[in-house]
Each structure stands twice: as structure tokens, then as C-alpha cells.
Design a protein around this ligand. Structure first.
Ligand SMILES: Nc1ncnc2c1ncn2[C@@H]1O[C@H](COP(=O)(O)OP(=O)(O)OP(=O)(O)O)[C@@H](O)[C@H]1O
Length: 308
């Protein structure tokens, strides 16, 4: 089943200055005008398929993310949501089709994308401070080599701004292993923002958070998107915490995907067509959506995350 793009993006690119300028330290100077950085889509997936372990995970998928958009990738366990992010980043090859990320081939623009892989919790005994976790986003590729004096001070100022931006000032000096899941997630989002990306790719950042923390982190991600002009492509298992913030969703099913606004895509008709089986979308009295009858992907979950 191929993707039906039910509606093109409706929200224009934000006019506010982007975080790229604010967060970028001297060690990562603003790039000269990038010939690829036109106002076209940041992510373009065209008629793509991925095969892993001899099985087609998904095929004929097309999708796009425009500058400044907040887009969720939805679907049941194992349908290939994480795989879609990784294929865009060039971490998993396509079997067919085409992906462009920031106008370039997969892997060619990863330094300009803030990627937060699916959550791995920090060991409770880890003594690294929250500030250091954020700083790794700036100079983690230096393998512990210190930056020279002025650049080191600028990097520290950037880390302080990011910590402030994500509201982690009260605990960023504490060992990260002692922090709550929501506090750790804020610091990891700050880390992903460290190089001033135009696009954040977040893989289930609300996973294993309680409901108040889900709401708080969802609100933070939305503010970063709206106020800082950073587009967000986010894998979510439950759309409800982000439903009010989304511009569009990409709903993956076995064999394809559908994209459009949440109102257009998360309906009984559209999901029944996508899955080829009756699906019911119910709206609870508090506005939460419940999808009933959605089939799980084939059970081939051995070593699902082994390639990370
Ligand atoms: N390295 C691998 N080798 C073979 N199959 C893999 C590999 N990694 C993932 N898969 C399979 O690809 C499919 C998609 O996995 P993926 O993690 O993208 O799904 P997902 O929708 O993100 O799942 P979840 O919601 O459970 O995180 C799964 O069936 C998984 O078992």
C-alpha cells in the first residue's frame, strides 16, 4: 500500500530566529549558505522500502517533513517506526526508493540533525553530571580531548543556555544516574540540540515517563519546535500526549504508510484502509484517541534494537 499524502503542510516555516544561531558555539561556526538548504522539505522519503533479516519491514513508503513542522511517526510495535528514522539517517540502507535528508543523501547531513535514539536509561551509579551529558552533544566526538580555552568557555555558555532552555537548571549539576526519567529526557533533548540542528529526530522520547512527565516533555518539544524553529520528526507509541501539538502524522502499517493531519489520518476509515482490516478509532470524553483492532506487526522481534 502506498502512502496517501492527505494534505500538504499547512504551517509556514517559523519566522523567529532559530536555535541554530543561539546555540551554535564557536567550535561549530554557522555554515556558509548551504546550496541544499533551500526552503524545500527537510526530509523526503519517496517510494522507499527496507528489508531486514530477509523480511520487508515496510515498502512503498513516501513521507516528508517541512521546515518547522512537528510530525509524529505512529503505528504498532514492530511496524518499523524506528527503522524509518534510521533509514533517513543512513543507518539502515534502503532496499529501493529514495531518501533525502536536508537535501542530501542519507548520512550526508547527520551532523545537522539532532538524533535521540530510543531510550536507554542511565545506570543509577553513573557519576557523570547532567551538564556533561549535554556537553557531549557539542564535543563528544573529541573523545575527551579538551577544547582550547576560549572555545571551552563558549561551549560552557552554550551548555548553560541549553540547560535553561529545557528547564533543567535545578538538577543539571547532579549525577545523571540519580535523576528521574523526565529529568534525564530533558537533558538528552538539550544534548540533541547542542549543535543547533534544523531538525530533531526523536525516537519515543516519552517512553517510560509517567503521564505528568509525558505532558511536560511533550510541551517542551512543542515549544522548541514553535519558538526555536526546529522541525521535529518524532516516533510515538501513543499519540495522545502530543496530539494537540502536531502538524501532521505519518502512520505506518504493514506494507505502507499514510500521512496527513491527525484528524485526517487517525480515523476508522483511513486506518482500516491502511491495515486492510476493520479498525475503530474512538474518542474518549477527555479527547483522547483510542485505536481498537490495530494488528501488531509480525512477531519477528529478535534483536530488534541490536543495530543501535
Ligand atoms: N537488525 C535487525 N535485523 C533484523 N530485523 C530487525 C533488525 N532491527 C529491527 N528489526 C525488525 O524490524 C522491524 C521494525 O523494527 P522497529 O524497531 O523499526 O519497529 P518499531 O515500530 O520502532 O517498534 P517499537 O514500537 O516496538 O519500538 C521489527 O520487526 C524488528 O524485529
Amino acid at each position: 500500500m502506498s502512502l496517501v499524502n492527505l494534505r500538504s503542510p499547512v504551517r509556514p516555516a517559523p519566522s523567529k530566529p532559530s536555535l541554530a544561531g543561539a546555540a551554535r558555539p564557536a567550535s561549530a561556526p554557522r555554515r556558509a549558505k548551504d546550496p541544499h538548504a533551500a526552503d524545500g522539505p527537510l526530509v523526503e522519503v519517496a517510494d522507499a522500502s527496507v528489508v531486514m533479516g530477509g523480511r520487508t519491514v515496510w515498502s512503498t513508503v513516501s513521507a516528508s517533513v517541512a521546515p518547522g513542522e512537528f510530525v509524529a511517526i505512529l503505528g504498532p510495535n514492530g511496524v518499523g517506526k524506528s527503522t524509518l528514522l534510521k533509514a533517513c539517517l543512513g543507518l539502515i540502507p534502503l532496499a529501493s526508493g529514495r531518501v533525502r535528508l536536508l537535501g542530501r543523501a542519507p548520512g550526508g547531513a547527520n551532523a545537522e540533525v539532532g538524533y535521540l535514539p530510543q531510550r536507554r536509561s542511565f545506570d543509577a551509579s553513573l557519576r557523570v553530571r547532567g551538564l556533561d551529558v549535554v556537553r557531549l552533544g557539542l564535543d563528544g566526538d573529541r573523545w575527551g580531548l579538551p577544547l582550547p580555552g576560549r572555545r571551552s568557555r563558549e561551549a560552557a555558555a552554550t551548555v548553560a543556555r541549553l540547560v535553561e532552555l529545557v528547564g533543567a537548571g535545578a538538577y543539571a549539576h547532579r549525577p545523571v544516574g540519580q535523576l528521574s526519567g523526565g529529568e534525564q529526557q530533558r537533558l538528552l533533548i538539550a544534548q540533541a540540540l547542542a549543535r543547533g540542528p534544523r531538525l530533531l529526530m526523536l525516537d519515543e522520547p516519552l517512553d517510560s515517563l509517567d503521564l505528568p512527565n509525558q505532558a511536560a516533555v511533550a510541551g517542551l518539544i512543542s515549544r522548541i519546535c514553535r519558538d526555536e524553529g526546529v522541525a521535529v520528526m518524532m516516533v510515538a507509541h501513543d499519540v495522545n500526549p502530543i496530539l494537540g501539538y502536531l502538524d501532521r502524522v505519518i502512520y505506518l502499517g504493514q506494507g505502507g504508510a499514510v500521512s496527513g493531519t491527525p484528524d485526517e489520518v487517525i480515523t476508522s476509515d483511513t486506518l482500516s484502509r491502511l491495515y486492510g482490516t476493520p479498525i475503530e478509532v474512538l474518542t474518549a470524553s477527555d479527547g483522547r484517541l483510542v485505536v481498537v483492532g490495530q494488528p501488531e506487526a509480525p512477531a519477528q522481534h529478535t534483536d530488534r534494537h541490536g543495530d543501535r
